[in-house]
Design a protein around this ligand. Structure first.
Ligand SMILES: Nc1ncnc2c1ncn2[C@@H]1O[C@H](COP(=O)(O)OP(=O)(O)OP(=O)(O)O)[C@@H](O)[C@H]1O
Ligand SMILES: [Mg+2]
Length: 292
């Protein structure tokens, strides 16, 4: 579905922009339908830049990105709109995506005007209700101002905004790093539900434990280059690269299973109330995987 083929990104640098700095080196990976791929690396490793190139928010300097075989750099007008109906991003700071002086429902009207002008009122309302229900919000939420909602609720609204479109790939760039531990679990579980519905997700994070929890495959980036990539279990079970081992050792409790009594003793934040038997516990902001 999505192929990132030998992609590099160069930025102009130096006092007069005469020098070029390569921030992404020959990055090559694929996302298949229904797959969750985590892009993991320390700050500055290039995760956001890769996501922005996929979303056409910045250009590809070398190599190419294809979606269903089509080079995305060639898309324009209606074909670019069609691409954005299928591929959308959600970013770290949900507040920055809303204008504080308007009710949050406005983003859905703008979206409709821009991408879904062909739908009549009833068809749009059905989609909107479906998308809001999928993220656990009521239509009444649209009547609120951004400051009347929590970060987690705004993040859900942005995910719903993507779901109103015919989205097949969601790029989620650090979407839970600003949320508190219990809300993080909700949003992680929501991503799990979307995956069940067949959506592909690129999950961008610097937190390896979160990547472990959610993804089928992991791509580890260091200084703009892929240093390790593979099935989640393989990368965690037998990390090949010293950098990956370093990231993993920063999360010592990763593979441990915890009993209910232990969780309680340790005062962990846990959430057993979720459907599907998924439970995540948190300790010092690291997800500790308990059951799947
Ligand atoms: N517009 C730009 N011009 C020049 N350099 C840039 C630009 N945007 C990003 N960079 C550089 O590219 C590199 C990768 O940045 P990027 O934001 O992709 O990292 P990241 O992995 O998302 O980091 P973080 O975890 O902090 O979000 C950094 O060295 C950054 O300074
Ligand atoms: Mg980033």
């Amino acid at each position: 579905m999505l192929k990132v083929e030998n992609v590099s990104k160069l930025y102009r640098s130096g006092a007069f922009g005469g020098k070029k700095t390569r921030v992404i080196h020959d990055v090559d990976f694929e996302v298949k339908p229904g797959e969750v791929v985590s892009l993991i690396g320390e700050s500055g490793s290039g995760k956001t830049t890769v996501g922005r190139m996929i979303l056409r928010l910045t250009s590809v300097s070398e190599g190419r990105i294809t979606f269903d075989g089509e080079d995305i750099s060639t898309l324009k007008g209606p074909s670019l709109k069609a691409y954005y109906r299928r591929v959308q991003g959600v970013f770290q700071d949900p507040f920055s995506s809303f204008n504080p002086i308007f009710k949050v429902g406005r983003v859905f009207r703008t979206l409709r005007r821009e991408f879904l002008a062909d739908l009549d009122d009833a068809a749009f309302a059905t989609r909107l209700t479906g998308a809001l229900n999928a993220v656990g919000l009521e239509v009444a939420a649209l009547d609120k101002y951004p400051h009347q909602m929590s970060g987690g609720q705004l993040q859900r609204l942005l995910i719903a905004r993507a779901l109103v479109l015919d989205i097949r790939l969601l790029i989620a760039d650090e979407i839970i790093s600003m949320l508190d531990a219990s809300t993080r679990i909700d949003v992680l579980n929501l991503l799990g539900d979307l995956k069940q519905r067949g959506l592909s997700i690129i999950f961008v994070t610097h937190d390896l434990a979160l990547g472990n929890y959610i993804s089928d495959r992991i791509v580890i980036l260091q200084k703009g280059a892929i240093v390790e990539m593979g099935a989640t279990e393989a990368v965690f079970g037998d990390p090949q690269h010293a950098y990956t081992r370093g990231l993993i050792s920063a999360v010592p409790q990763l593979h441990r299973r915890w009993s209910d009594a232990e969780l309680k003793d340790l005062g962990l934040v846990a959430d057993t109330a979720r459907a599907g038997g998924r439970l995540v516990a948190y300790r010092e902001n690291h997800a500790v995987r308990v059951y799947f």
